[in-house]
Design a protein around this ligand. Structure first.
Ligand code: ASP
Ligand code: MG
Length: 404
C-alpha cells in the first residue's frame, strides 16, 4: 500500500463531467490499494472571474476580503469532487486548507506556508476515506483565511506530500509533462522523462510554465519527488527530482522561448558610482522584475544600460525612471517590445564546454542577431528579435540533439 497525493488543476476539474472523470481516476488509484489525498484547484477561469468581480466593485479591494472571495473557487471543487466519489461508492471527505492544518503567515493574497499539521487528514485516511483538500488556501495564526498566490494549488500539493510522508506526488494537468520545447512552436519537441528541480525552475523562468515556480522551489528544499502528468490520458509524465549524475549526459535538456519581455535602454546616464544602483533600486521599489542586464563601456563620461522587464511592466519602468534620471543628471529611456528571449537549459552544461559557442554559431549561421546575453551555470539566454525567435528555437532544438 502506498500513500499518494494527487493534484488536479483547473482544466482537469473544469466542469462537472471532468470532475466525474477525476473521481474515476481517484477511484482506480484507491482500488489498487493506495491511500489517496487529492488536492484540487478552482475550475479554470473561476479565480479570474472572481477577481474581475472584485475589481468591478473596487480598485483596491481589501486583501483579506480578496482571500475570502478567491478561496470560494476551490471550495466548490472539493465538495463536488467528494460528491462525485460518493456517487461511485467511494468514501471521501473534503477539507478546507484550515481543516487540512495548513498554517500560513499573515500576508493575505500571497501567504507563505509556515507549518502543516494534517491531523484531520490522517484521521480520515485511517477511516479508509479519500481526502480532498482545497488547494491555494490556508489559515493564519489569528484564524483568518489566507491564499497562497496565483497557481498556489501546486504548492498545497507539494507541501502536503512532505508531512504526510507520501510515497508519490502526482501533479495532473492538461499536458503530458514537461517538454524539451513548447510543442506549439517546435513540432519535434519531446516529453522529458526526468528533469532536475533546477532545470525545471530555469525552464519555467524562461517561459515554459507548467507549474508555479514557488512550488518547485519548495519541492527542491524538502526533497519532494513529483510527477507532472496529464489527467486526460494514462501516459507516464515527467518525474521531477534532485539532480543525479546521469542527468549530466544530456547537455541541453530543453529550449525555452519568452515573448513577454521588453527591453529597456537607459542611455547617456552619468558614468559614475551609484547610477546603476539608483536605477535598479527605483525599479525594485516599484516591484518591476528585471531579468537580463547589460551595461556598455562608459565613454565621454556617459554610459548606457539595457535590461529586460516583463512587457506588461515596460510603461511602469519608464514612468518610474523619469524622476530618477533627473536626479542623476540626465539620460533617456527607450522601450523596445519586439524582442524575445531564447534560452537553452541543462545541468550537463556544468561539465560540458562549448554550449554557448555552439548556440552563438548556430544563430550566426541563421543570420539571427544577438542583442543581449546572460548565462548561469545551467542556462544560456539570448535576446533576439521576436520575429525570428520561433525559428531560432527550432534550430537550437535540432542542433542540441533534442529533435525526435
Ligand atoms: N485557483 C488558483 C488560481 O487560479 C490556484 C490554482 O489554480 O492553483 O491561481
Ligand atoms: Mg492552476
Amino acid at each position: 500500500m502506498a500513500r499518494i497525493v494527487q493534484k488536479y488543476g483547473g482544466t482537469s476539474v473544469g466542469d462537472v463531467e471532468r470532475i466525474k472523470k477525476v473521481a474515476e481516476r481517484v477511484k482506480l488509484t484507491r482500488d489498487d490499494g493506495n491511500e489517496v489525498v487529492v488536492v484540487v484547484s478552482a475550475r479554470s477561469g473561476v479565480t479570474n472571474e472572481l477577481i474581475a468581480r472584485a475589481k468591478a466593485i473596487s480598485d483596491a479591494p481589501s486583501e483579506r476580503e480578496m482571500d475570502m472571495l478567491l478561496a470560494v473557487g476551490e471550495q466548490e471543487t472539493i465538495a463536488l469532487t467528494a460528491m462525485a466519489l460518493h456517487a461511485l461508492g467511494v468514501p471521501a471527505v473534503s477539507f478546507t486548507g484550515a481543516q487540512a492544518g495548513i498554517l500560513t503567515n499573515d500576508a493575505h493574497t500571497r501567504a507563505k506556508i509556515q507549518t502543516i499539521t494534517p491531523k484531520q487528514i490522517e484521521e480520515a485516511l485511517k477511516q479508509d476515506k479519500v481526502v480532498i483538500v482545497a488547494g491555494f488556501q490556508g489559515i493564519n495564526a489569528a484564524g483568518q483565511l489566507t491564499t497562497l498566490g496565483r497557481g498556489g494549488s501546486d504548492l498545497t500539493a507539494i507541501a502536503l506530500a512532505a508531512p504526510l510522508k507520501a510515497d508519490k506526488c502526482e501533479i495532473y494537468t492538461d499536458v503530458d509533462g514537461v517538454y524539451t520545447a513548447d510543442p506549439r512552436i517546435v513540432k519535434t519537441a519531446q516529453k522529458i522523462d526526468e528533469i532536475s528541480y533546477d532545470e525545471m525552475l530555469e525552464l519555467a523562468s524562461s517561459g515554459s510554465k507548467v507549474m508555479q515556480s514557488r512550488s518547485v522551489e519548495f519541492a527542491k528544499k524538502y526533497g519532494v519527488v513529483f510527477e507532472v502528468r496529464s489527467s486526460f490520458n494514462h501516459n507516464p509524465g515527467t518525474i521531477v527530482k534532485e539532480e543525479v549524475s546521469y542527468m549530466e549526459k544530456v547537455v541541453v535538456r530543453g529550449v525555452a522561448v519568452d515573448k513577454d519581455q521588453a527591453k529597456v535602454t537607459v542611455s547617456n546616464i552619468a558614468d559614475k558610482p551609484g547610477s546603476a544602483a539608483k536605477v535598479f533600486r527605483a525599479l525594485a521599489d516599484a516591484n518591476v522584475i528585471v531579468d537580463m542586464i547589460v551595461q556598455n563601456v562608459g565613454r565621454n563620461g556617459v554610459a548606457n544600460l539595457s535590461f529586460t522587464v516583463p512587457q506588461v511592466d515596460s510603461k511602469k519602468a519608464q514612468q518610474t525612471l523619469a524622476p530618477v534620471l533627473v536626479e542623476i543628471g540626465g539620460g533617456n529611456v527607450t522601450i523596445q517590445e519586439d524582442i524575445a528571449k531564447l534560452s537553452v537549459v541543462g545541468v550537463g552544461m556544468k561539465t560540458h564546454s562549448g554550449v554557448a559557442a555552439t548556440l552563438f554559431q548556430t544563430l550566426a549561421d541563421a543570420n539571427v542577431n544577438i542583442d543581449m546575453i546572460t548565462t548561469s551555470e545551467i542556462k544560456i539566454s539570448v535576446v533576439i528579435s521576436s520575429e525570428r525567435v520561433d525559428e531560432a528555437a527550432r534550430i537550437a532544438h535540432k542542433v542540441f540533439g533534442l529533435d525526435a
